[in-house]
Design a protein around this ligand. Structure first.
Ligand SMILES: *Cc1c(COP(=O)(O)O)cnc(C)c1O
Length: 391
């Protein structure tokens, strides 16, 4: 189906932060499958994990105990607020599970009227029905039938509307990305995260965080909400969780997941042995102090250098924002056009984003030398953009 706007680049192989096209051109990859290949391409530990598991057992079914699944669930629970985990194959499925968990929590508690889910403008939660209704971006919902009942939208920063939503007796949950990805690298201020927790506690409303993009070390802490010193009740993760292998998960407290009993949810592929072997290998690398420290160091450097470029190219760059290595550069020229210039003129791959941003999403283990190269190439793209703007 013609649903993708593809770049004219036929990819062939990758190694670390490098990607090679079929014609032999080498690129520096700051897309990383949209923040997914968090350890770069072909990381040896992940390659080994796939090989070892491929020779043992790929898939069974969740009717059996899967040791790798239990091990990864344990690691996720040890390192987060969560007590229980449901494994999926994608981010949007993790979001679906999160929404279902929230509604089921209230129906199981004898409050079936609590079905309302409030999302925020500029959010992205995936492409299934629940996820598009939660984010309510018209370009993703238009033409797909009536809006689903019980989904509502709040404006980012409208505290009064948020308070009213939380106080409503039919509200089940608030769903939000602690740092927006697709929407334009907007981080919720840390004080607002704490305020949200307090308000939701007062009214018995659940918080669902969508950390599909900002979680798994991307912001320099394992979970983005850690910056706010608070925790959600339910959290969807995916993207980097498998280091490029399709894995998602919905994490929850025992209390939030009280309605998720035998038979109410399931997945054929979710949590299969092959996925779990790769996920475990990826998790152990990503959650290490070495990786998280590297994110903070490299992100600090990139932010400083890109801010310098903003001062030198005020005709090209408006703002540098984001958190950790979920970095956004807001541009004056069209971001899609700029992505093409960066690719063709500087062999630098960057991702697009809302609000005319390009996102810089390098692997979390990017070295400082590679970061310097990112800046040099970004500058080359800015220089080219300046020439275009003058012409
Ligand atoms: C990518 C993304 C999703 C959807 O994940 P898929 O694996 O594409 O279904 C959901 N939420 C956020 C924040 C994302 O960035």
């Amino acid at each position: 189906m013609g649903v993708y706007n593809r770049a004219p680049l036929e990819v062939e192989r990758g190694q670390g932060a490098r990607l090679w096209a079929a014609d032999g051109t080498e690129y520096l990859d700051c897309v990383m499958g949209i923040s997914t290949n968090a350890l770069g391409h072909a990381h040896p530990a992940l390659v080994q994990a796939v090989k070892d598991q491929a020779e043992k057992l790929w898939h069974v079914s969740n009717i059996f105990r899967i040791p790798g699944q239990e091990a990864l669930a344990d690691r996720l629970c040890e390192t987060s607020f969560a007590d229980v985990v449901f494994f999926t194959n994608s981010g949007t499925e993790a979001v679906e599970c999160a929404i279902k968990t929230a509604r089921k929590h209230f129906s199981a508690k004898g409050q079936p009227e609590r079905i309302d889910i409030y999302g925020f403008d500029g959010s992205f939660h995936g492409r299934t029905y629940g996820a598009i209704n939660a984010a309510a971006n018209p370009s993703y919902t238009n033409g797909f039938g009536p809006p689903m009942e019980g989904f509502h939208q709040l404006t980012f920063g409208d505290h009064e509307a948020l308070k009213a939503a939380i106080a409503s007796p039919t509200t089940a949950a608030i769903i939000v990305e602690p740092v927006q990805g697709e929407g334009g690298c907007r981080a919720i201020p840390e004080v607002c995260l704490r305020g949200l927790r307090q308000l939701c506690d007062e009214h018995g409303v659940l918080i669902i965080f969508d950390e599909v993009q900002c979680g798994m070390g991307r912001t320099g802490k394992l979970w983005a909400h850690e910056w706010g010193g608070m925790t959600p009740d339910i959290m969807a993760i995916a993207k980097a969780l498998g280091g490029g292998f399709p894995i998602g998960a919905c994490l929850a407290t025992t209390e939030a997941a009280s309605g998720m009993v035998v038979g109410v949810h399931g997945s054929t592929f979710g949590g299969n042995p092959l996925a779990m072997a790769v996920g475990l290998a990826a998790f152990n690398e990503i959650a290490s102090a070495a990786t998280l420290n590297n994110v903070n160091e490299v992100a600090g450097y990139l932010k400083q250098q890109l801010s310098g470029l903003k001062d030198r190219y005020p005709d090209v760059i408006v703002e540098v924002r984001g958190k950790g290595l979920l970095m956004g550069v807001k541009l004056i020229p069209n971001n899609r056009e700029f992505m093409g210039w960066a690719r063709d003129e500087a062999q630098l791959l960057v991702a697009g984003g809302g609000d005319n941003l390009v996102r810089i999403l390098p692997p979390l283990n990017l070295t400082l030398d590679e970061a310097r190269e990112v800046v040099e190439r970004f500058e080359k793209a800015c220089e080219f953009a300046r020439g275009k703007l003058v012409a």
